[in-house]
Design a binder for this molecule. Structure first.
Ligand SMILES: [Zn+2]
Length: 130
């Protein structure tokens, strides 16, 4: 009587241990079945030089402080001054940057950089369609 009970429970234990080892898990034996998850979690940290313009603007503020003057019109009354990247390459080189008031920043970007961006887009699209 007691033997029967023991046999039963030992079989159940065997099944449990098998499922723990993964034999009953459909994903068992597939190498790196979950590596995609880890890649997805890590990828935002791998942006490197492709970091957004926001963080590139942050670099100049961190190293040279907030913009507090305008190098073009030299106004003292602007509500806001901004760092402007002269060539939109956003290199970490202070030579590429200038402090501008909001008005001059918009004007400068439209004149010097604005037209570059649609141009770059066309180039990019042409490459994609090749
Ligand atoms: Zn200005």
């Amino acid at each position: 009587m007691s033997m029967k009970g023991k046999k039963h429970s030992s079989e159940a234990r065997k099944k449990m241990s098998e499922s723990k080892k993964g034999k009953l898990n459909p994903a068992f034996g597939k190498p790196n079945w979950n590596s995609g998850l880890f890649l997805g979690e890590k990828s935002p940290q791998w942006k490197g030089d492709n970091a957004g313009t926001h963080s590139k603007h942050t670099w100049v503020v961190v190293h040279y402080g907030k913009a507090d003057k305008c190098e073009i019109c030299e106004t003292k009354t602007a509500k806001k001054y901004e760092w402007s990247n002269k060539n939109h390459k956003y290199r970490r080189n202070i030579e590429d940057w200038q402090m501008l008031c909001r008005k001059c920043h918009l004007k400068y970007d439209r004149k010097n950089n604005g037209y570059l961006m649609p141009n770059e887009k066309i180039k990019y699209n042409a490459q994609q369609n090749r």
